[in-house]
Design a binder for this molecule. Structure first.
Ligand code: AMP
Length: 421
């Protein structure tokens, strides 16, 4: 039997992992700069959290959750998203007693039983931020701008789509008129079902014939109350002041129940059907819904896998870095110690563990994308010297072993990623 990945999952091999790491580093630096603290919640939670927090009538809860019973007969679910767990933690640890607003960010895998295709997986990674405890439109602006800055730093062109889905009352009126509109029109079985439970979910349907029925439907912007309209105008004003370009789309009603007022999505035109790179919005009622005090909030979640897909094509060819130690078996033990002396100081250096010839060791240095070779053979060691060969220019110089470490440390670009002595 051959063993394979579970459908919809993928291995992140070192080259992709390096890209993941770069994306993550950007998220960490930016979140830190904006004052967001990192938060980790468990990979699984009690299923009720998502049933209640994400919403019974959503696609996620209806058909995408990885739920299972543990040995204690409790129903658990692999987290399909990050917001409900963070709100659960916020309430559970009474974080609302701390200075408001609270700002958190997270990074990690999410799980949804979706039909896999390029850019859509059953295990995928998200970076997200949440700001809780303020109704200020500047909170919405901050979160949207933070996401915008993130894509800009990674040099990924995106377009920002925004919408105002109002408050619960606005949506109740809108749902009513959607129901009337769709009642007399043919929809798929799923949508007929949705129409009874939550007509807004019809708008998520990708079925072309349902899409066609949506062409003349009423739009939410005609149902927004003055207060919600003023809030949204202030958000748009903030975005304009910060030169963040956006497009308004009254059809953007995101697939989770907890959103109100501002919703937004970052899109790309480079990934075909999977064009959403991330999105978010306000969720002023969720903390209370999950048992906490009434606390307004806003956040986003961005999909890392899709970013990686976009970036993997245009990475620079591997940059040469670090050393390869070239030696001979007779002096291997002595030479290896020099490699460790350099590693101790943060220098990336590798050496042969397979008894290769000198020529093969140089070839290996090249294949491993090393920038330099350090030659420590019996002749060099007997003279108290080592030879450093620049594998790009081919130039070689002899260096006294006494000053070898210092000499290496002074070479430009010698340090391994992120290390310092
Ligand atoms: P959502 O929580 O559904 O708003 O998703 C936020 C972002 O996560 C999306 O815009 C995607 O970039 C990403 N995402 C959501 N579901 C998947 C999936 N199944 N596979 C890969 N990325 C996903």
């Amino acid at each position: 039997m051959d063993y394979r990945l579970p459908r919809g999952t993928r291995d992140i091999l070192p080259q992709q992992a390096a890209l993941f790491r770069r994306i993550q580093d950007t998220a960490v630096v930016l979140s830190d700069m904006y004052g967001y603290g990192e938060i980790h919640t468990p990979i699984f939670e009690y299923s009720e959290l998502f049933q209640r927090g994400v919403g019974e009538s959503t696609d996620i809860v209806e058909k995408e959750m990885y739920s299972f019973q543990d040995r204690g007969k409790r129903s658990l679910t692999l987290r399909p998203e990050g917001t409900a767990p963070i709100v659960r933690a916020f309430v559970e640890h009474k974080l609302y007693n701390e200075a408001m607003p609270a700002r958190y960010y997270y990074w990690g895998p999410m799980f949804r039983y979706e039909r896999p295709q390029a850019g859509r997986y059953r295990q995928f990674w998200q970076y997200g931020v949440e700001m809780l405890g303020t109704l200020s439109p500047w909170a919405d602006v901050e979160v949207i701008k933070l996401g915008w800055d993130f894509f800009a730093r990674l040099d990924i062109p995106t377009s920002l789509v925004v919408n105002n889905i109002g408050c619960a009352d606005d949506r109740a009126n809108y749902k009513q008129s959607l129901k009337q509109y769709f009642n007399s029109r043919p929809l798929c079985d799923d949508c007929n079902n949705r129409l009874g439970r939550n007509p807004l979910r019809v708008l998520d349907c990708k079925n072309p014939s349902c899409q066609q029925q949506m062409e003349d439907m009423p739009l939410i912007d005609q149902y927004i109350c003055t207060e919600c309209a003023q809030h949204f105008d202030a958000v748009l004003g903030g975005l304009e002041a910060l030169d963040v370009p956006f497009e308004r789309n009254p059809r953007l009603v995101r697939g989770l129940d907890y959103y109100n007022r501002t919703t937004f999505e970052y899109k790309t035109d480079k990934l075909g059907a999977q064009d959403a790179l991330g999105g978010g919005g306000r969720y002023d009622g969720l903390v209370e819904l999950l048992g906490g005090p009434s606390t307004p909030a806003v956040g986003f979640a961005l999909g890392i896998d899709r970013l990686e897909l976009l970036m993997s094509g245009k990475e620079d060819p591997a940059i040469r870095r670090g050393f390869w130690l070239v030696t001979m078996e007779s002096v291997e033990n002595q030479a290896a110690l020099w490699a460790y002396k350099l590693r101790d100081r943060g220098v990336s250096i590798d050496f042969d563990l397979l008894g290769r010839s000198i020529k093969a060791q140089f070839r290996q240095a090249d294949r491993s994308n090393c920038r330099w070779a350090l030659v420590l053979g019996p002749d060099e060691l007997a003279k108290g010297k080592g030879a450093i060969r620049d594998l790009v220019t081919g130039q070689q110089e002899e260096v006294a072993l006494d000053g070898l470490v210092e000499h290496v440390l002074n070479l430009e670009g010698v340090k391994a990623n992120g290390t310092d002595t």
